[in-house]
Design a protein around this ligand. Structure first.
Ligand SMILES: Cc1ncc(COP(=O)(O)O)c(C=O)c1O
Length: 370
């Protein structure tokens, strides 16, 4: 049996007619850049996130970058985030001219450890970016309390957390802004590149709307220097179709996670993901922890099962960030994540047969050579 890591074709097959009709509409109306289909999606996505505004942008990296620019982050500033994230979180900070400063993560959730946050704050700190890794929010109350005490804005990196919840509140609605990626493999994925910022702050929303469109609020009148970071019309139309299915797809992922946990948690040598009591995890990624990652990954591949590694190198140890001068051992939990996490196949259309096959394969490899 073959089990892909992700099967976008299965999802496309299920919604093909609706997608074709929506894309056709965009073509007929030649509404390609920004325009009514993007505006329609923004309205629905803001509602979905319980936020006043959603601003469609080119991708999740733009969402983070423009959020920081709108907050006035620039050269000489530090922004605190975590080292075990996709590099875009740190890139957005660097592209404002600021410096990423890392705090280590919690061993259960792999998200920012709030007990380490206060010690990382200095007079140069200007913002905090918790990342809701794999579809589970960071522990936001203590993070927001510390940020509030220091009058620091919190930008949520919710690029992997569409529909995730913290104590019943939607990911993205907790900070000053919430940043989403609609990269095709995400729980809500475009048919190309796209992203969004959500916020309840009118002034920040207005700034980001201007920044994404060359700093203009009226055509060819440029109040500030911006950029072209607009979402395109086809992505708006596709995302509006897919948004209607997101809750159902997230529930399927949660059911798959329960099934994986039932089959895998009794196994010695494997730690299954834990859902914190504050969280509704939406399992963008289902990552197990094991000291035998390479061996298990190779054995699964031999049986036709594809896996992923998120992420093999912590950001502070990437060549691109060597200039920060941070050494191995600086963030032990994040570094352990980089060595031990293994992402198993996870997508809504995964079948219980496929999950059983993945689990059986892991059981037999571990039994042969524990
Ligand atoms: C945690 C995180 N932050 C930021 C991004 C950047 O999003 P994009 O690829 O849409 O620019 C991603 C996307 O993979 C992500 O997973």
């Amino acid at each position: 049996m073959n089990v892909p890591y992700l099967d976008l074709k299965a999802q496309y097959a299920a919604i093909k007619n609706e997608i074709h009709a929506a894309v056709n509409d965009v073509m007929e109306n030649t509404a390609f850049a920004g325009g009514p289909y993007v505006a329609g999606f923004e309205k629905e996505f803001a509602k979905f996130c319980d936020c006043k505004h959603a601003i469609g942008v080119g991708n999740g990296t733009d969402a983070l970058w423009l959020s920081l620019l709108a907050l006035g982050i620039g050269p000489g500033d530090d922004v605190i985030t975590v080292p075990n994230t996709f590099i875009a979180t740190a890139e957005a900070v660097t592209y404002c001219g600021a410096k990423p400063v890392f705090v280590d993560v919690d061993e259960q959730t792999y998200n920012m450890n709030p007990s380490l946050l206060e010690a990382a704050i200095t007079p140069r700190t200007k913002a905090i970016i918790p990342v809701h890794l794999f579809g589970q929010t960071a522990d936001m109350d203590p993070i927001l309390a510390i940020a509030g005490a220091h009058r620091l804005p919190v930008v949520e990196d919710a690029c992997q957390a569409h529909g995730a919840e913290y104590k019943g509140r939607k990911a993205g609605s907790l900070g000053v802004t919430g940043c989403f990626s609609f990269y095709p493999g995400k729980n809500l994925g475009a048919y190309g590149e796209a992203g969004a910022v959500v916020t309840n702050d009118d002034a920040i929303a207005e700034k980001i709307r201007m920044l994404r469109d060359h700093g203009q609020s009226k055509k060819y009148y440029h109040g500030v220097i911006g950029w072209n970071a607009r979402m395109d019309g086809i992505q708006g139309a596709v995302l509006n179709v897919k948004l209607k299915y997101l809750v159902r797809w997230n529930e399927s992922r949660r059911a798959h996670a329960r099934e994986y946990a039932r089959l895998l948690s009794p196994l010695e040598g494997i730690i299954t993901p834990s859902e914190a009591d504050y969280a509704k995890h939406i399992y963008h990624i289902y990552a197990i922890r094991t000291r035998q990652r390479d061996r298990l990954m190779a054995a699964l591949a031999e049986q036709g099962i594809s896996c992923g590694i998120h992420y093999p190198v912590s950001i502070h140890l990437q060549d691109a960030y060597r200039f920060l001068g941070l050494k191995a051992g600086s963030f032990p939990v994040a570094e352990k994540c980089a060595e031990e996490l293994l992402s198993l196949p996870m997508f809504p259309e995964l079948t219980t047969g496929q999950i059983a096959y993945v689990a059986d394969t892991l059981v037999s490899v571990l039994k042969l050579d524990p």
